[in-house]
Design a protein around this ligand. Structure first.
Ligand code: FAD
Length: 379
């Protein structure tokens, strides 16, 4: 698939691959599965320049492009989940500031994100508002030159470790009761707290947040009142296909483990890799992963080039890659037999980790709706 990449993108991908092998894998072995975001991990990612991907050119970065984010996530995700989630959350929390932030906001938050001095998070989902974002109940009302936030958020990644949360709430206006706005909420703001840490089948920093008469000065508003929905959707459109890239990374790790095991495991006097049934599985796994990667690259290249139907392609990439990677990991477990189910085996971890990717940043069903609507609009 390298033919789809420029020399510069290939070099960057190789840099990420070396980082994953030489630095990330030992960190993963040291810290293991964790709900925390180890400071040593953040420092290592910053030293490797990974967070500069979220820095616009005006602030000394390479400019924000979807393709390098995808290339990095594919390399990180199969090796250490907190690294992948942290890169994604820096993007999700930072991109709205890149899109709509004032120059003061960009300087205050994007520079530190790019240097790994600040961790970001992104809070859209609520208990009653998952796929149906507009059902959110959290509200901000204008008062005393600022806004008072009340409500709660659920399933917020890196919410515990982050220094600030880019938060979306309703700001009803006369004539537009459904208006939504985006705010930067700094950790430590009175009235804002992490209400709970949530336990996942594959742990990462996941939280429920609470806002109780939380006063935010006007300078914490991102863009204009009422622009929140657009900012959230534009952000998700850039990051969405990178979930597909992370899925490909997890699938790739599962395929590597399956190839290795199939050549070592002997039954009926021969390595199970000699049986055609195993070979067919391996062939299907590799083919599905290549197809998924091609869709991810296409979506990212089209998005970065501002080409037509980029949103539909992003949904196709996210949908196909996460569903395909789930099948690939499942087959890898099958090839490992009982060993694949033992706690501590690589494929057992990947089996738990891949599951969330079909749910977050739009479930598979929601992406099918987006794709179908786009097809029908053309018909
Ligand atoms: C590990 C993890 C991390 C997350 N991180 C974040 C984060 O950092 N920030 C954040 O804001 N959110 C985050 N989320 C939330 C995530 O985006 C939501 O879980 C997701 O949007 C789905 O919402 P829901 O869980 O409420 O499911 P629901 O919307 O209740 O959906 C339940 C089921 O109904 C289906 N369904 C819903 N509507 C339709 C429809 N119209 N047609 C067909 N089927 C439909 C869905 O596809 C799904 O199968 C995270 C979630 C997880 C699991």
């Amino acid at each position: 698939m390298d033919f789809m990449l420029s020399d510069q993108d290939r070099q960057f991908r190789d840099h990420c691959r070396r980082f994953a092998q030489d630095i990330l894998a030992p960190l993963a072995a040291r810290y293991g599965e964790t709900q925390d975001v180890p400071a040593e991990l953040v420092a290592a990612m910053a030293r490797a320049g990974l967070f500069t991907l979220l820095l616009p050119k005006e602030l000394g970065g390479p400019g924000v492009r979807a393709l390098p984010i995808c290339l990095a996530r594919e390399e990180l995700a199969g090796v250490y989940c907190p690294a992948d989630v942290t890169l994604a959350m820096q993007g999700l929390g930072g991109y709205p500031i890149y899109l709509a932030g004032s120059s003061a906001q960009q300087e205050k938050y994007l520079g530190p994100i790019g240097r790994g001095e600040m961790l970001a998070s992104f809070a859209l989902t609520e208990a009653g508002a998952g796929s149906d974002v507009n059902a959110m109940q959290s509200q901000a009302v204008e008062r005393d030159g600022g806004f008072v936030l009340n409500g709660s958020k659920l399933f917020i990644s890196n919410g515990y470790a982050a220094q600030f949360i880019t938060t979306f709430v309703k700001t009803p206006q006369p004539g537009n009761p459904r208006a939504m706005s985006a705010f930067i909420v700094d950790k430590g703001t009175p009235g804002f707290k992490v209400a709970r840490r949530l336990e996942l089948i594959a742990p990462h920093d996941l939280t429920a947040l609470e806002f109780k008469d939380c006063f935010l000065p006007r300078e914490n508003l991102l863009g204009q009142v009422g622009q929140g929905f657009k900012i959230a959707m534009q952000t998700l459109e850039v990051l969405r296909m990178s979930v597909g890239a992370a899925a490909v990374g997890i699938g790739r790790a599962a395929l590597a483990a399956a190839l290795d095991y199939a050549q070592r495991r002997v039954q009926f006097g021969a390595p199970i890799a000699d049986f055609q049934a195993t070979q067919f599985k391996l062939a299907e796994m590799a083919t599905e992963l290549d197809a998924a990667r091609a869709l991810v690259y296409r979506a990212a290249i089209k998005k970065d080039g501002g080409l037509a139907r980029a949103a539909r392609d992003a949904s196709m990439a996210k949908l196909y890659a996460t569903e395909a990677a789930q099948r690939v990991v499942d087959q890898a477990v099958q090839i490992h037999g009982g060993v694949g189910l033992l706690k501590g085996s690589a494929v057992e971890r990947l089996y738990r980790e891949i599951r969330a990717l079909r749910i977050y940043e739009g479930t598979s069903e929601i992406h099918k709706l987006i794709i179908a609507r786009s097809l029908l609009a053309k018909a």
